[in-house]
Structures are given as structure tokens and as C-alpha cells.
Design a binder for this molecule. Structure first.
Ligand SMILES: Nc1ncnc2c1ncn2[C@@H]1O[C@H](COP(=O)(O)OP(=O)(O)OP(=O)(O)O)[C@@H](O)[C@H]1O
Ligand SMILES: [Mg+2]
Length: 334
């Protein structure tokens, strides 16, 4: 019964929950959302079950729970991923149960299936980006996205599974408090120093030069040599900004930037490239890249790029403060 405690441990003072589209958290009724997602995903699981000649039963066991603070789009995405994984795990007749409970400061949401289950190795690795046992059928990003969403919601995940005995994903999300304790705006604004930055470049000279610049400006810098290693570090750590080279073997900077945006839509990505000026001139902006920085990098240009990226970060955190206006009635049980 491994708890992925790093989710709660990675909470940092001053880290505001970043959210999707709207950019801020609102009260969410998880029971309603669960019912809604069952009907929205129905066409797909019904089709898949019919094609496999099996009967799938989707049940609910929803109790009165308080509202939580969250981003509905992201929470829908989380449920969709968990439901589809459960469907994929049931090549024979089976049942999926969505269960909710009020547990003190948390709401428990369980997605339980009676499917094929997971070995201990798969259970331990299933949240990793690109980890999949489905070959061509799976991207392995589904649960990594769930993990990212839970990090932003300050939630926790616990996975119970055994081969042949089905799987239960238990998710705990904090109940919406009357008045969320949020960081005052001055602190929410990105400071000119003290950013946590991940630098991904396969060229050791570039990597070390940038790291030296960043450290001299009192930022915290971590380096990765390759895209995949960068994504793993990003996933495990809590970075404010990612800087990545464009042309790298195996996973390009474009690919890495897109994957980061999937995991954390509001984390700014700076792309370093020898073709920066050309890209700027051609108005070429790979999806997932917020700022382009031309090589060779000077300290002045680096500072400019960081200032631009910080503005992105700020734009997305200030909206979060709106949650302070939620009235006290929002915390009532439904
Ligand atoms: N309910 C489940 N039952 C059994 N195994 C599961 C379940 N959910 C996830 N897994 C395992 O975890 C792996 C990773 O899941 P994840 O959702 O991240 O990727 P995927 O489902 O393989 O690909 P995609 O989400 O792109 O379809 C799966 O390949 C599978 O081995
Ligand atoms: Mg999946």
C-alpha cells in the first residue's frame, strides 16, 4: 500500500495552486463531477466493452461530502484517465466503482476496478511519464497527468493493486476552507531572485554557463542532460521555470516543452536555440514554449528571458487570489 507522499512533501511555501483555463480554483462538487464523467465517458466504454464482448458495470457509491477547491477541467481530465485505465484493465466482465467519502479535512475519491490488476513493479512505476504496459496503444502520460493535477490541488494518491485482484486508486483532496490561506500578492509575485530553474541541454558548456549565471543571480538551478531526464526531474521536483535546448538527441526541446505543458500548463518554458533570431523573425513558436532565448546566451539576455517568463508565472498566480472571495456557505456539505 504505497502512498506517494512526495505529492504532499513537494508543497512549497508560496506555491499557489495553478489551474487550467480559468486560472483559478473554484468550489467543486465531486459527486456531481463523478456522475457527469460516467455519462460523458459512457459512449467510449460501452463501445469498447461491446467490441470485446464483455459486460462492464459502472457503479457509484457517493456519500454526502463537502465541496473542495479545484479546477473542474483538470478534475474531469483526472477522472477520465482513471475511468479509461479501469476499462482498459478489464478484458473480461467486470465492474468499476466510483466512491466518495468525507474524511475530516479531506474528501476521499476512489476509482476501483475488478480488472487484471498490477504487479508491484508496475504499481510503483505507473505514475512515471511515458510508463505504459500498453505498447503502441498507450502514451503513458495518463497517470503522469493525474499526478500533476493532484500536485496542483495539493491532493494525495494511493494505489492498491494485485495481479488478478483489481485496482483501487484512492485520491484525497483537501476540503474547501472558509477562507483559503493564500500568499499575499507581493509574495505571490515572482521574486527577481530565488527561482527554481531546471536547465536541460546536452552541451555541458552551455549547461554549466547558464547554471553559473543563474547561481550568480541567486536562483536555484538544476541541470539535466537529455529531454527524458529533464522530464523526470521536472515531474519529481517543483520547478518555477524550465529552460531547454531545442536540438537534442532522443527527445527534442519541442517535444519536452509540449510534455511539460501537458503536466503543468502554466509553468513557463524558455527555449534556448542557436536559431532563436530566425525563429523570432519567422514568428515560429513551438507549442509549449513561452519565451525563446538565442544562443550564445549573455547574462543580460538570460535576465530578460527570465523576466518575461516570470510575467507568465505571475499572470497565472494572481488569478488564484480570487478564491479569497468565496463565501463561507461554500464549505457546506452537499
Ligand atoms: N486500473 C488499472 N489497472 C491495471 N493497470 C493499470 C491501471 N491503471 C493504470 N495501469 C497501468 O499503469 C500504466 C500507466 O498508465 P497511464 O494511464 O499513465 O498510461 P497508459 O494508460 O498506458 O496510456 P494512455 O493513458 O496514454 O492511454 C498502464 O500502462 C498500466 O500498466
Ligand atoms: Mg491511461
Amino acid at each position: 500500500m504505497g502512498t506517494h507522499e512526495d505529492i504532499t512533501e513537494s508543497k512549497q511555501a508560496g506555491f499557489l495552486p495553478a489551474s487550467g483555463e480559468g486560472g483559478f480554483f473554484l468550489p467543486v462538487h465531486l459527486n456531481k463531477l463523478a456522475e457527469q464523467m460516467i455519462s460523458l465517458t459512457q459512449p467510449k466504454w460501452k463501445d469498447q466493452a461491446m467490441a470485446n464482448g464483455v459486460t462492464l458495470d459502472i457503479r457509484t457509491d457517493l456519500q454526502a461530502i463537502p465541496v473542495i477547491a479545484g479546477n473542474e477541467t483538470e478534475l474531469r481530465e483526472m477522472l477520465t484517465n482513471l475511468i479509461f485505465n479501469a476499462v482498459d484493465a478489464m478484458p473480461h466482465d467486470g465492474a468499476i466503482t466510483l466512491r466518495t467519502r468525507h474524511e475530516g479535512e479531506h474528501v476521499l475519491l476512489e476509482v476501483k476496478d475488478t480488472g487484471i490488476g498490477m504487479t508491484e513493479e508496475v504499481r510503483e512505476r505507473c505514475l512515471e511519464p511515458f510508463f505504459s504496459t500498453k505498447g503502441e496503444q498507450g502514451t503513458g502520460l495518463g497517470l503522469a497527468m493525474v499526478f500533476g493535477i493532484l500536485q496542483r490541488h495539493e491532493g494525495e494518491i494511493d494505489i492498491q493493486s494485485r495481479p488478478g485482484e483489481g485496482t483501487t486508486f484512492s485520491i484525497r483532496l483537501p476540503v474547501l476552507k472558509e477562507q483559503m490561506e493564500l500568499v499575499p500578492p507581493q509574495e505571490a509575485a515572482t521574486p527577481s531572485a530565488g527561482l527554481r530553474i531546471l536547465v536541460v541541454d546536452d552541451d555541458p558548456r552551455v549547461r554549466e554557463t547558464i547554471r553559473a549565471f543563474l547561481v550568480s543571480d541567486k536562483h536555484e538551478a538544476e541541470v539535466a542532460f537529455k529531454g527524458r531526464e529533464g522530464l523526470e526531474k521536472f515531474h519529481a521536483g517543483n520547478y518555477d521555470i524550465v529552460m531547454t535546448d531545442r536540438a537534442m538527441p532522443e527527445m527534442s526541446g519541442d517535444h519536452l516543452a509540449a510534455a511539460i505543458k501537458k503536466l503543468a500548463p502554466h509553468k513557463p518554458v524558455i527555449m534556448l536555440t542557436g536559431f532563436g533570431d530566425m525563429m523570432e523573425a519567422a514568428d515560429e513558436h513551438p507549442g509549449g514554449v513561452d519565451v525563446i532565448l538565442s544562443k550564445p546566451v549573455s547574462l543580460v539576455r538570460l535576465r530578460e528571458a527570465l523576466a518575461k517568463a516570470s510575467r507568465h508565472l505571475r499572470a497565472h498566480s494572481t488569478g488564484e487570489l480570487r478564491i479569497t472571495t468565496i463565501s463561507s456557505t461554500a464549505g457546506r456539505a452537499i
